[in-house]
Design a protein around this ligand. Sequence first.
Ligand SMILES: O=c1[nH]cnc2c1ncn2[C@@H]1O[C@H](CO)[C@@H](O)[C@H]1O
Length: 532
Amino acid sequence: MDDEYIRERKRLIAEDRSLRVDALALAQATDAEKRAEEIVRRVRAEENDTVWGPDAPPIPGSMHVFPGMGFLTARDTILKTKLFEVVSKMPKGALLHAHLDAMVDARVLLRSALKYPAMHVRTAEKLTLANLRATLPEFRPLPENEWTSFESLVDDAYEPGTWVPLTSARETFGFGGPDAFDDWVVAALTINPSESYVTHNTVDKIWKTFGTTFAVGRGMSRYFPIYEDYLREFFRSSIEGGISYIESRMPLWYRYMIGPDGQENIPHREWMLAYDRAIKEVKEEFAQQGRGDEFLGSKVIYCTLRIATCEELDWYLEDCIALKQEFPHLICGFDLVGHEDPLKPLIYYIDPLKRFVQRQKEVGVHIPFIFHAGETLGDGTPADMNLYDAILLGTKRIGHGFSLVKHPRIMEICREREIAVEVCPISNEILRYTGSMPMHPLPILMNQGVHVALSSDDPAMFGNLGLSFDFFQVLVASEVTGLITLREISRDSLTYSCLDLEDKARALALHGQRWSKLIEWIISKFSGHLKA
Ligand SMILES: O=c1[nH]cnc2c1ncn2[C@@H]1O[C@H](CO)[C@@H](O)[C@H]1O
């Protein structure tokens, strides 16, 4: 072939790639990193054939098997791959987009609820084998004088709407006993493949199902004793998945949680105190195991819903400022959540949001906006236009930004002002913003030099607990993205976090040490792949 052509081709590729977000990291990679990178590429190429290729074993429930296919059907297969073993060992940096009420495995949440005799359950209809899947359980802790002695949700005498103690409802459950009860509850707390890919296969439809999973879970997680268990479990499981710091979006639109006495009487400041306690306890636990460096703590992004009126929002904004004054180390941002397409756009809230900025100056606090924006398939719709308002309001990062790639100037601003995008690939796919990973806009962002932080969004509902699954889906669906790119993304999650400068420097240094260990491990475990 023409040498000159090849040189020109190389130059063009290099020029194009030099704009990428990981260009510097690739240029500065050590020899060991390059070796590990090559190993991971070979493992991926091999599994592209053996696991995801046309001759690979079929995956039940899926007509088409390919790298980056629908997560809910691919999950069990992913767990068996070598590539997943590698990704699982990776230090992930920070988890920056995580809805707090969607962070603990459904079975673990149910197990926690079963510990408390105040917990009761009911259904709005009499359960039959035919309506079981469509009928949702409702949970609630009751004050002791309202505890009931009904035994079963399924006997003939059950009156729909009556509360039954959770443990007896489980023991006496028909349709297969306690295990069937657990499966029924877990199904109500999670999204399954047939919902996402068949019966509710559009953004609007799947959001309806998604909403009910929150409603069911909230009956348990809003009970303060369960919330306290929940936080510790969330931190522990995140650390086990290689996450060293978390900014969680806390659902503060409820003014009270339900206390141990079954009354709605636990105000927001108690939620924060419990959050602090949980961080401290989990830190101590890990320090005792000699793993103190694996967890740097967690902060809270104050969230209310995009259904609030402007007057209501004013209350929340003042509440947010009061919490920031009392817990300056904890509150790190403000956001509005909920399905962007049908709910109120940011422009609707401009007056209260501007007042919030002014009020912060008056009282001398700083609470950055960290807005969800552009989580939509729309082009010029109000949800898509949220990106303009998020930028004008000075958002520190963008949550989702699924439609960001339609906006060249906004992408440029993201580069100039170093506004990172919290990208949630698996969430986007399950909620039907993208059919699969190869259709996801993430590579467009990275190729154009926009910094991203990969996030799991609502892993309790989606089954992508930890960050390994999201990193996996990204790695497997791109030829350009390799191990070093993942390192860069995981570092960026720390760089664009709300950690103060000193903590950030420490976090990045610890990440570097863990990264070196990962590289050694990959080389010692998989170097056979280099010979083939
Ligand atoms: O991806 C998302 N985009 C916007 N809102 C979300 C997303 N995931 C969850 N929530 C919203 O946050 C609340 C739980 O904290 C839920 O009510 C849900 O509507």
